[in-house]
Design a protein around this ligand. Structure first.
Ligand SMILES: Nc1ncnc2c1ncn2[C@@H]1O[C@H](COP(=O)(O)OP(=O)(O)OP(=O)(O)O)[C@@H](O)[C@H]1O
Length: 270
């Protein structure tokens, strides 16, 4: 007897990220308690209060993500949109495993890599050293890094205006630094690549290069998440969009549909 699989098992690619009813809460310590006092006195006061009451006073909570659920699959490029402070970066950090969830679960298949404008490169080291260290940090071998070094530098365009790659990163403009971060981060194939506003800083020609790099990464079977306020970038690179507002998932669907509703909501502005 031959076994037939259910049709969805054949057509739907494997899930890479599953968020199940996720809540994320920040705790801001010392909010409003240190007025007029030194930081050490305020800290001591907090410790004493905690001991007395069993819980800490003067802690404010920010409920950044509320009851968010979605399933991302291999080969998808998913845009994350929403007005300022809606929880996009927070959700991305939690998928990367850099923030704990308060409630719910996030399951990931493979190692998610967060590529943000704040990705940790060393300002006092040259661009060249950062390419090597960044590559090692992503799990590339020395030989792989050597092999791709020229490609990374050329992609970043850092040397277009002179030999900047041999200068410390603190001499780079913010756009140059962001381009190098993107070039390093995207040099490796990722199971799940999380990109936070990386495209916003580069000039138009760099944006075009990064958009086609995102398409390539996606074709090589990974899942890409892109946070952006640039609606055109989202339209050009993503086939699905999650729209967050006040930490809640307002819409999850095909790019054209979600962007239409979002633009109606923002009056055409991001
Ligand atoms: N480290 C933090 N401590 C406390 N609250 C935070 C922290 N980071 C973010 N928040 C709060 O969490 C909420 C969501 O912020 P988040 O940065 O995720 O939004 P965002 O949608 O990425 O915003 P933007 O589009 O402005 O970058 C906001 O209310 C913000 O003030």
């Amino acid at each position: 007897m031959t076994r037939t699989e259910p049709p969805e098992a054949k057509t739907a690619p494997a899930p890479t990220v599953i968020a199940d009813a996720v809540d994320i809460v920040y705790r801001v310590h010392g909010a409003g308690t240190a007025t007029g006092r030194g930081a050490a006195t305020a800290a001591l006061g907090r410790i004493l209060r905690r001991h007395r009451d069993g819980q800490e006073r003067g802690v404010r909570t920010v409920h950044a993500v509320r009851n968010v659920s979605f399933t991302a699959r291999r080969g998808e490029a998913i845009g994350l949109i929403g007005t300022n402070g809606s929880g996009k970066s927070t959700l991305l950090k939690a998928v990367a495993g850099l923030l704990p969830v308060e409630r719910g679960r996030i399951y990931t298949d493979g190692q998610p890599s967060l590529l943000g404008v704040n990705a940790a490169l060393m300002n006092d080291l040259t661009g060249e050293r950062n390419v090597h260290l960044g590559g090692l940090a992503m799990g590339m071998s020395r030989a792989q890094i050597r092999e791709r070094y020229r490609q990374i530098v050329d992609f970043s365009g850092i040397d277009d205006k002179g030999d900047f790659i041999s200068l410390p990163m603190r001499t780079y403009s913010s756009g140059m630094a962001a381009r190098l971060r993107f070039a390093i981060g995207s040099a490796k194939d990722h199971d799940v690549l999380l990109i936070d506003e990386a495209l916003a800083t580069g000039d138009r020609s760099f944006q075009k290069r990064s958009e086609s790099r995102i398409r390539e990464l996606r074709e090589r079977a990974g899942t890409v998440f892109l946070v952006s306020h640039n609606n055109k970038s989202i339209r050009d690179t993503c086939d699905r969009v999650l729209w967050l507002e006040h930490g809640e998932l307002r819409l999850d669907g095909p790019t054209a549909e979600v962007m239409r509703e979002y633009e109606r909501f923002t009056g055409g502005r991001a």
